[in-house]
Design a protein around this ligand. Sequence first.
Ligand SMILES: *[C@@H]1O[C@H](CO)[C@@H](O)[C@H](O)[C@H]1NC(C)=O
Length: 243
Amino acid sequence: MRHVAVILVLAALAHSAKLPSNFLKCNRKQPDLKECVLKATRDAVPKMIRPYKEVNLPSLYPLEIPSATLYGGSGTIALDQHYKNCKIFGFERPDIKQFEFDFEKKTLTVAIFYPELQQNCDYMMDGKILLLDIKGEGPSVITLFNNTVDCFLKYEEVKKNGKTYMHFVDSKLKMEPEKVTFRFDNLFNGDKALGDNINAVLNDNSKEVFADMKEAYVETVNQILIGLINRFFGKLSIEEAFD
Ligand SMILES: *[C@@H]1O[C@H](CO)[C@@H](O)[C@H](O)[C@H]1NC(C)=O
C-alpha cells in the first residue's frame, strides 16, 4: 500500500559539480576517514541555511516541501492528511552522531538527534482521529521534540562521463521522538471552542495519535532525506566529493 506522496522540487540532470569550497573534503584512503566524514558533515549541515545550487541543495532553513499526503493511518486514525506549503524548521540544527559510508558494501549509516523539528504546513483533513470527527483546513504546526533518527541507506554506482555517482536506491528509517505536539488552526470552519477542544484532546493523547500516524510520517521523512541525498550525490561524483 502506498502510504505517502511527497513532492520535492526535482533535480536537474546530473552534471559534474565540485564540493562547495567551504565544505571539508576527506580522502577515501585516510585511516580516520570515518571521523573525517562525520566532522565534514557536522561542519556542512549548519552552513546549509542558504541554498547551494551548485550541488543542488535547497536551504534547510527552512526546508520547504510543496506538498505531502499521509494516506490513512492505523488504530485511531481514519483519514488522509493533506499538507501543503510546508516549512520545516530544525533540520539545520542536527546533532549528528554517525554519518558513515561503507564504500565496499555501498551503504551509508546515519544517526542523528534533532532537539526540535517543527513542521508548519497548510493542512486539509476530513475524517476521524481517536474516534473524534476532525474536519478543517488552515495552518498547522506539528513539533517533534528530542527526535532520534536512524537511517540505513544503500546506493548503486552510476558511471557518467568517466565519473562515479552514488544513486541511493533504498533506505530504512527509524524515528523516535520523545514528545510530539499538534496544532490545527481553523478546524470546523473556525469554530474556536470545538477546535481548541480537539487540539487539547490530540495533545493529551499525542503519543497514541503519533504512533498511529508514524508509519506514514516516517515514510515521508524517509522520502525527503533520500531525495536530498540523491540531489547532492547526483551532482557530486565520488571523485569530487572525496580525494
Ligand atoms: C529533551 O531533552 C532534554 C535533554 O535531555 C530535556 O531537558 C528536555 O526536557 C527534553 N524535552 C522534551 C520536550 O521532552
